[in-house]
Design a protein around this ligand. Structure first.
Ligand code: SAM
Length: 185
C-alpha cells in the first residue's frame, strides 16, 4: 500500500513538473514543439551544414537539432539555450547517453540577452520559435550576429522590414515553409 501511494505521488509530481514546464515554455516565448526528426534531417541537409560550421539553436528543446548537426553533418560544435526544465533535462540526459559532451553545449538560459561571445563562435543559427518571438529576436539578438551568418528558420519569417538580412532561399519541407537568410548589415 505504501509503495502504491509513493508511486502515485511520484507520477503526480512528474505530471505537474511536465505541465509547469510546458506552460513556462509558452510564456517565455514559444511552446515546446520539437521539430519532427525526418523534416529536421532534410532541413539540415538543405541548409548545407558541414565541418566549417558552429550551430546555435534558439530554444534548443531536447537538443535534437544540435545532436543531429554534430553526428550526421559533422559540424564543429553545437550550442543551445533552453529555458524550460523538461526539454533541458532531456537534452542533458541525451548528451550523456550519446557522449556528445565535447561538441554539444546546452545551457538553461533565456534566448534574450545572449552574451556576444556566442555570436563570435557560431555562424549558423537555427530558430524555430513563434512569430512574436521572431520579431523580438530580430530587434535584439539577431543584431549581434556577424556578417555572413546564416539563419535557418522553419515556419517563421524574419519581419519583411528588416534590411539587415537577405532571404537566400525558401522551400517546403514536411509541413514547414523553411527560410534561409544571410546577415548582411
Ligand atoms: C518550437 S520549440 C523548438 C525546439 C527545438 N529547437 C526543435 O526544433 O526541436 C521552442 C523551444 O524554445 C524554448 N523557449 C521558449 N522561450 C524561450 C526563451 N525565452 N529562452 C530559451 N528557450 C525558450 C521552449 O521551451 C521550446 O523548447
Amino acid at each position: 500500500m505504501a509503495i502504491l501511494i509513493a508511486l502515485n505521488a511520484i507520477l503526480i509530481a512528474a505530471l505537474v513538473f511536465l505541465l509547469a514546464s510546458l506552460i513556462y515554455s509558452q510564456r517565455a516565448g514559444a511552446p515546446y514543439v520539437p521539430i519532427e526528426r525526418k523534416a529536421m534531417r532534410r532541413i539540415l541537409e538543405w541548409g548545407n551544414l558541414g565541418s566549417q560550421d558552429v550551430v546555435f539553436d534558439f530554444g534548443s528543446g531536447d537538443g535534437r537539432v544540435l545532436f543531429e548537426a554534430v553526428r550526421r553533418f559533422g559540424v564543429r560544435a553545437g550550442i543551445g539555450y533552453e529555458i524550460s526544465w523538461w526539454p533541458y533535462a532531456k537534452s542533458k540526459l541525451w548528451i550523456r547517453f550519446v557522449g556528445a559532451g565535447n561538441k554539444v553545449r546546452i545551457e538553461r538560459k533565456s534566448i534574450f540577452g545572449i552574451p556576444s561571445d556566442v555570436f563570435e563562435e557560431a555562424n549558423v543559427f537555427y530558430v524555430y520559435t513563434s512569430p512574436e518571438t521572431m520579431k523580438k529576436l530580430a530587434s535584439t539578438e539577431f543584431l549581434k550576429m556577424k556578417q555572413g551568418s546564416k539563419i535557418i528558420s522553419p515556419s517563421f519569417r524574419i519581419p519583411e522590414d528588416d534590411h539587415t538580412f537577405r532571404l537566400i532561399d525558401s522551400t517546403d519541407i514536411g509541413w514547414h515553409r523553411v527560410f534561409l537568410y544571410e546577415k548582411i548589415g
